[in-house]
Design a protein around this ligand. Sequence first.
Ligand SMILES: Cc1cc2nc3c(=O)[nH]c(=O)nc-3n(C[C@H](O)[C@H](O)[C@H](O)COP(=O)(O)OP(=O)(O)OC[C@H]3O[C@@H](n4cnc5c(N)ncnc54)[C@H](O)[C@@H]3O)c2cc1C
Length: 392
Amino acid sequence: MIETDVIVVGSGPAGSSAAKHAALGGAKVILMDKKSEIGAPKRCAEGVSIQGLEKLGIEPSPRWVTQEIQGVRLQAPDGTDVWLTKDEVKLPEAGYILERKVFDKHMAMDAARAGAEIKIKTLVTGIEKIDNGYIVETECMGEKIDYKCKILIAADGPEGHVARWAGLRPAAKAKEMESGVQYEMCNVEFERPGVIEFYFGSCAPGGYVWIFPKGDDIANVGLAILPHKAEKTAKEYLDDFVATSPYLKNAQAVELNVGGDPVGGMTKKLYDDNIMVVGDAAGQVNPLTGGGIISGMTGGMCAGQVAAQAIKEDCSKKFLKQYDKMAHDELDHEIKRYKKVQEYLLTLSDDELDSIAHAFEDESFEKISTTEIVKKLIKISPKALLKLGKFI
Ligand SMILES: Cc1cc2nc3c(=O)[nH]c(=O)nc-3n(C[C@H](O)[C@H](O)[C@H](O)COP(=O)(O)OP(=O)(O)OC[C@H]3O[C@@H](n4cnc5c(N)ncnc54)[C@H](O)[C@@H]3O)c2cc1C
């Protein structure tokens, strides 16, 4: 039996962030992942906000940034485009497209440099609650090894089992789990370089299609749907999109990524005695974009900091409640706001999306703000505005 203070299950962005901050706070940390290569395969379109990285104190590195985002293209079902590019509009956030396989490894390296021990190819097969801690059962390269820790951090992603094993509810109900599928492609043509593209409407029911450029002629081309709103599988929708997009007529897939994205908001119970849940496993995901890198790492940072302090003071749920407060203070505002926008978008038909795009296509913005958007929406179909009213 190997003993340690903190065990983090899952070395995605949330887990590595938790491990790093727990180690920085002086705890003895083991970070484990079933993968033999941290970060691979990726299940991500790899978009991330620069301000988000800055807030986490992460210096961008050319090793894992593939493209700085130059703007956004929003396309309605009838093909109407709204372009919001950096040279014309002050965008609320700047962003990068990452190379997640490299980024995730670097985040794990940061955790290691802070003092965490990393165990790759280590599958957690079960946990057992003991007095003041957990036994964590693992299989590492064919060998069964048990660990004992005072704090367990579940960072095992959208399909994670650890929180459920501990009696905490899963992050997402099936209805709130988006189904994502993506090809990484080359030979992609871009109308404006460096611009991330979103396609809305019945091409991806309950979600949207994206084309995220990764430099040269490379892009992540994918979509997410809410299966209960859809008539086909996510892959069928994506193949239809790829077959009809003029920008993809010569494109070739070099990678297929498939994954669930919990967009229902944060789990009610993020902690219990000796355990905290972070990242996708805790529903720390933007419900509109499905983005969970920055929010998961933020949740991980909060849990790591609380874990380090708990080791010195008290590992009971009374103390770990602090993590719940920190995570809600950091993430609630954004998650709740974007949930409303997502719910609003879900009510719009293709025709309504078209009419919104028509109202916006020739408008010039100096900067994007909620007031500006609502002002423009007032000009549009009263029905669409009425629906928006319900969500404000
Ligand atoms: C198609 C798609 C596109 C997306 N695009 C974006 C995007 O552009 N931007 C963005 O911010 N987010 C995006 N997301 C979401 C983003 O990928 C996740 O929010 C993010 O990876 C969550 O990080 P995490 O650390 O919580 O979990 P994960 O990254 O899923 O990491 C969990 C880790 O736990 C490990 N693990 C699981 N079970 C065990 C076990 N029993 N034992 C040991 N290890 C285990 C896994 O191997 C994995 O490495 C996308 C998601 C999908 C599906």
